[in-house]
Design a protein around this ligand. Structure first.
Ligand code: PMP
Length: 538
C-alpha cells in the first residue's frame, strides 16, 4: 500500500480547494471577542472582523476570558471529563438553570427534562427519537387496549351475550371479496364469524402500525445533516441523496397557517376497535398516532434568516394539539440569547414541548447540546434506549454552566445587548437597502441573527458575476471580497446563498459596526458598478 505523501490533502480537500478559490484559506492562529487573527507572509498577525461568529455559536465571542478561565480551572482541578454512569452535578445544574430561564420566559412552571448530546444535529436526532419512542409506546398501548376489547367481545359472543353487528359483518364480507377469499359464514352468533372480524381488525391495524411516522416541518427549515435530522432539512441538495435512509418529513409552506390544519386533517389515520353495545359487537374507529412531531425553527437560520409569524406559530400549536403530537422548537441557532431573549420562541409566544439547543451552549469552546422535553411528554424509559459516550461530559457542562451564568448576569444584560446591537445593524442594513435598492433585495432578522439578501445576478452583464450566480456561489464571492479587501468575515446562509448572515457576539463595539458599514457600502458600490475585477480581485 502506498502511504500518501504529506503534500496530499486528505481532510476534505474539495472544501479546502473552494476556500483557496475564494482566497479565504488562511489559518487562524488566535482569536478574541469578534476578531480572528492570521499571519501574513512576513509573520505579522492580521486581524479579521468575524461576523460569521462560528455560524452563530459565539454569542459571547471567541475565547471569552471567563469561559477560558473556567476551562483552565476545570482542567487544573483534575476532575474527570468522562466518568459516565456516575452523578454529574454540572449536567444537573445546567438542566436546572435552563428550567429557570424557561419558567421566566414562558411564565409556566412545568419542568423540562434534559437529554444531553454533542452537536446540534444530534440534539435534533434525540428529539426525533424521543418523539418516535413516545409515538410507538402510544401505538403499543392502543394495540393492548384493542386486544382487551377483542377478548371481552369474544367472551360475550361465546357466552351468547352478543352477536356480530350487521355493519361489522359487512366489513368482513367486503374484506373477503377484496382478497378473493371465501366469504365467511353469516351467522352473526357464530364464533367463527367473530374470529373473521378479529382477523380484519388485526390486519388493518397491523398495516397502520407498519406505516412510518410522519414528521411535520416547514419549507426552508434546517435541522442538521445527520441521517435523521437531514430528512427535516428542506434544502434538496442536502436531503435528497439520503432520502432512502430514514422516515421522511412533510414540508409545509412557511407562511401559510391555513395549510397546517389542512395537512393534519388529510393525513389523519385510524385503527379499528370493537365494542360490545346492546348485545352487538360493533366496529369503531379510533385515532391512530400517525404524527410523531412538528419540528420547526422560529427564526430560520440557514434558510436565509426568516421569522416565523405568530399566526403560523399558533397554527402549528393548534394542529399539533389536535393530533396529539409534540411541537419541537429547534433553537440551536436562534437560542442562547441571540434574538434578544434566551428563547426566540418566547418572543412569539410559542411554548414548545421539546427544545433543542447547541451552538452557543458550550461557550464557544466545548461541544455541547441538549434536548429539553416537557414533563408531561417525557418518557423516562428513553434513558434506557438512548445514550452517547461523550454526551453530558463534565467539561462541556462546566463551560455550559459558566456560559449561562454570564448570559443571565446583570439581569439579562446580554439579551439587551443583542437587541440593541441588532437594531443598530438592522438600521444600517435598511439604509444600505434604501441607498442601493438595485443591489440589496431584502433585510431580515431579529437581534444578532440578521440576513442581508442581494439581488440575483444571473442576468448580470459581467461574465464572472453571472457565472458565479449560475454556479450558486455568488454569495461566497461576496464573502471572498469582504475578506480580501476589508478583512471582514461572513458567509451566506447554507440554503439561501444570496443572503449573507451576520451573527456577531453581544460584545460588539461601535468601531466594529463602523468597519462593517464601510465594507458593505463599498461592496454595494462594486456590485452597482458590476466591477468584477474588484469583486474577484483579478
Ligand atoms: N438546527 C439549526 C437551526 C441549525 O442552525 C443547525 C446548524 N446550522 C443545526 C440544527 C445543526 O447543528 P450542528 O451543525 O451542530 O449539527
Amino acid at each position: 500500500m502506498n502511504s500518501p505523501s504529506p503534500e496530499v490533502e486528505l481532510a476534505e480537500p474539495q472544501m479546502l480547494g473552494f476556500l483557496e478559490f475564494l482566497g479565504i484559506d488562511v489559518e487562524y492562529v488566535r482569536a478574541e471577542g469578534n476578531t480572528l487573527f492570521f499571519r501574513d507572509g512576513s509573520g505579522q498577525e492580521i486581524p479579521v472582523l468575524d461576523y460569521a461568529g462560528g455560524y452563530g455559536a459565539l454569542i459571547l465571542g471567541h475565547n471569552h476570558p471567563e469561559i477560558v478561565a473556567a476551562a483552565r480551572e476545570f482542567l487544573d482541578s483534575g476532575r474527570p471529563v468522562l466518568a459516565q454512569a456516575s452523578r454529574q452535578t454540572a449536567a444537573s445544574e445546567v438542566a436546572a438553570a435552563l428550567n429557570r430561564i424557561l419558567r421566566r420566559e414562558f411564565a409556566d412552571s412545568e419542568p423540562y427534562y434534559a437529554v444531553f448530546s454533542n452537536s446540534g444535529a444530534e440534539s435534533v436526532e434525540v428529539a426525533l427519537k424521543h418523539a418516535e419512542f413516545d409515538r410507538v409506546l402510544k401505538v403499543r398501548a392502543l394495540e393492548a387496549e384493542v386486544a382487551v376489547h377483542i377478548a371481552e367481545a369474544r367472551e360475550a359472543v361465546a357466552a351468547k351475550r352478543a352477536t356480530v353487528a350487521a355493519g361489522a359483518l359487512r366489513s368482513v364480507t367486503l374484506e373477503a371479496d377484496a382478497r378473493g377469499t371465501d366469504t365467511p359464514g353469516t351467522d352473526a352468533r357464530s364464533l367463527d364469524v367473530f374470529e373473521d372480524l378479529v382477523a380484519v381488525v388485526l390486519r388493518r391495524n397491523a398495516e397502520q402500525a407498519a406505516r412510518p411516522p410522519v414528521f411535520l416541518t416547514l419549507e426552508g427549515g434546517f435541522h442538521g445533516k445527520l441521517a435523521g435530522s437531514v430528512q427535516l432539512t428542506h434544502n434538496a441538495a442536502f436531503r435528497l441523496p439520503f432520502a432512502g435512509m430514514a422516515a421522511q418529513a412533510r414540508f409545509l409552506p412557511f407562511d401559510q397557517p391555513q395549510a397546517v390544519a389542512k395537512l393534519t386533517e388529510e393525513e389523519r389515520a385510524t385503527v379499528l376497535d370493537v365494542v360490545v353495545e346492546d348485545g352487538e359487537v360493533r366496529l369503531v374507529e379510533r385515532p391512530f398516532p400517525v404524527f410523531a412531531a412538528f419540528v420547526l425553527e422560529v427564526v430560520q437560520g440557514e434558510g436565509g434568516i426568516h421569522l416565523v409569524s405568530p399566526e403560523m406559530a399558533r397554527a402549528v400549536r393548534r394542529a399539533s394539539d389536535s393530533v396529539g403530537c409534540p411541537v419541537v422548537v429547534d433553537e440551536i441557532q436562534s437560542g442562547m440569547g441571540r434574538t434578544g431573549a434566551f428563547f426566540a420562541s418566547s418572543l412569539i409566544g410559542l411554548r414548545a414541548d421539546y427544545y433543542t439547543l447547541a451552538k452557543g451552549l458550550g461557550g464557544g469552546i466545548a461541544k455541547a447540546a441538549v434536548t429539553l422535553v416537557r414533563e408531561s411528554r417525557y418518557r423516562k424509559d428513553f434513558e434506557l434506549v438512548h445514550s452517547s459516550t461523550f454526551a453530558k461530559d463534565t467539561f462541556s457542562n462546566t463551560l455550559a454552566l459558566k456560559t449561562l451564568e454570564l448570559l443571565e448576569a446583570g439581569d439579562g444584560e446580554a439579551y439587551r445587548l443583542a437587541g440593541k446591537w441588532g437594531e443598530r445593524l438592522l438600521s444600517l442594513f435598511e439604509s444600505l437597502r434604501a441607498e442601493f435598492p438595485d443591489v440589496v433585495k431584502d433585510v431580515r432578522g431579529r437581534g444578532l441573527m440578521l440576513g442581508l439578501e442581494f439581488h440575483d445576478q444571473s442576468g448580470s452583464a459581467a461574465t464572472g458575476i453571472r457565472d458565479a450566480a449560475a454556479a450558486g456561489i455568488f454569495g461566497y464571492a461576496l464573502s471572498g471580497y469582504l475578506f480580501r479587501v476589508h478583512r471582514v468575515r461572513t458567509f451566506p446562509t447554507a440554503s439561501a446563498v444570496d443572503t449573507l448572515r451576520f451573527e456577531p457576539s453581544v460584545l460588539l463595539t461601535d468601531a466594529e459596526v463602523d468597519r462593517l458599514e464601510a465594507a458593505l457600502r463599498e461592496l454595494c458600490a462594486v456590485l452597482r458598478e458590476q466591477n468584477e475585477q474588484a469583486l474577484f480581485g483579478v
